[in-house]
Design a protein around this ligand. Structure first.
Ligand SMILES: C=C(O[C@@H]1C=C(C(=O)O)C=C[C@H]1O)C(=O)O
Length: 93
């Protein structure tokens, strides 16, 4: 299980995971910024139309890259849930 072949692939997987974490952290920083903006102006956290457009786009783009749309939907909904959780925490401060 420790052949150079597998080691190589695992190195790439580790790099990809690090990039995913970096991007998720960046995305959630935007949730903090936009959540603060919304709180200051009394705007609702959840924006259904915007979210539906993001999800549709991601599922379509994912399918073009060979990803199962249900897999993409599940990940994106988890990301949205966290974005909402962060913004609601700001609302309730
Ligand atoms: C970030 C926003 O707030 C919510 C979270 C979204 C997201 O994480 O992509 C999108 C729409 C909203 O439901 C926004 O309004 O753009």
């Amino acid at each position: 299980m420790n052949s150079p072949f597998i080691q190589n692939i695992r190195k790439d997987i580790d790099d990809i995971d690090a990039q995913l974490l970096e991007l998720l952290a960046r995305r959630m920083q935007h949730a903090v910024t936009i959540g603060t903006y919304k709180k200051e102006r009394g705007l609702p956290v959840v924006q259904g139309n915007r979210w539906e457009a993001i999800l549709k786009e991601a599922m379509g783009q994912g399918a073009e890259k060979g990803l199962d749309p249900m897999f993409v939907k599940s990940i994106w909904n988890t990301i949205h849930d966290e974005s909402i959780r962060i913004q609601e925490k700001i609302q309730n401060k």
